[in-house]
Ligand binder design. Structure first.
Ligand code: FPP
Length: 245
């Protein structure tokens, strides 16, 4: 668990400690070009790679990207399969992250994926565990509500086993039962493509986040300069965490 001082503060540069990104707009990007949606996701995966490297370069400590939600299974099978294939290809190149000092984590229920994917996720996490640069998390088969249900079940089981009493449960303990147990709260959520919602992403962790919605950019067109623009907007905000500032 990260100390509270880290969870709820900017670092000394005024940058957010933890950025969440909802990578929206791949489908529209492809449609505008007369391409199949899967090529939009492919372009989106390339953008993700570039932005992760850039975030590491400028000293962002934590970045979490929404890759595949618990609701995305409702999409046509062909599209789901294409995203899983992209994930598989992406996992194959993940050894490079450890070399770039990027620590990788996966948030969500990974048991839904084939064994080889689960093994590759574990390998990427283990190989990069001692990296000290960007902490890069990929939310995959992730949903904020499912995460809370998962935590509630584990807490209930611990209580039923006599390991804790219901009155021991507080916000701190709840946080330790989430997939994000070793990440600080998210400071800034960025969503391109003109949609103004959280879509079940980090709903507990974003309780005091700032939101930057970018109307004019679809995720595949998101550039390092777009991240700079969102960071500048964040730096103009006055965060009070319920106080009077
Ligand atoms: C939302 O765009 C995007 C997704 C549901 C998938 C995000 C996946 C990627 C960026 C590619 C995979 C990445 C990795 C790292 C393997 P949308 O399809 O909802 O776009 P639309 O709203 O324009 O239709």
């Amino acid at each position: 668990m990260v100390p509270e001082a880290v969870c709820m503060s900017e670092n000394q540069t005024g940058l957010p400690v933890h950025i969440g990104i909802i990578m929206d707009g791949n489908g529209r990007w492809a449609k505008k070009r007369g391409l199949p949606r899967k090529l939009g996701h492919k372009a989106g995966a390339n953008t993700f790679r570039e932005i992760a490297r850039y975030a590491n370069k400028i000293g962002i400590q934590y970045m979490t990207a929404y890759v595949f939600s618990t609701e995305n299974w409702k999409r046509p099978k062909e599209e789901v399969d294409s995203i899983i294939e992209l994930l598989r290809a992406y996992l194959n190149e993940m050894d490079g992250y450890a070399k770039e000092n990027i620590r990788v984590r996966f948030l969500g229920d990974r048991t839904a994926f084939d064994q080889d994917i689960q093994q590759k996720m574990q390998r990427a996490e283990e190989k990069s565990a001692s990296a000290t640069g960007l902490n890069l998390s990929l939310a995959i088969n992730y949903g904020g509500r499912a995460e809370l249900v998962h935590a509630a079940r584990k807490l209930a089981a611990a209580a039923a086993a006599g390991e804790l009493s219901p009155s021991d449960i507080d916000e701190d303990m709840m946080g330790r039962y989430l997939y994000t147990c070793d990440l600080p709260d998210v400071d800034l959520i960025i969503r391109p493509s003109g949609e103004y919602r959280l879509s079940n992403f980090l709903i507990w962790q974003a309780a005091y986040a700032e939101y930057v919605f970018l109307d004019q950019v679809l995720w595949p067109d998101f550039k390092p300069a777009t991240l700079d623009q969102a960071l500048a907007e964040y730096q103009r905000r006055n965060r009070r965490f319920g106080g009077i500032g």
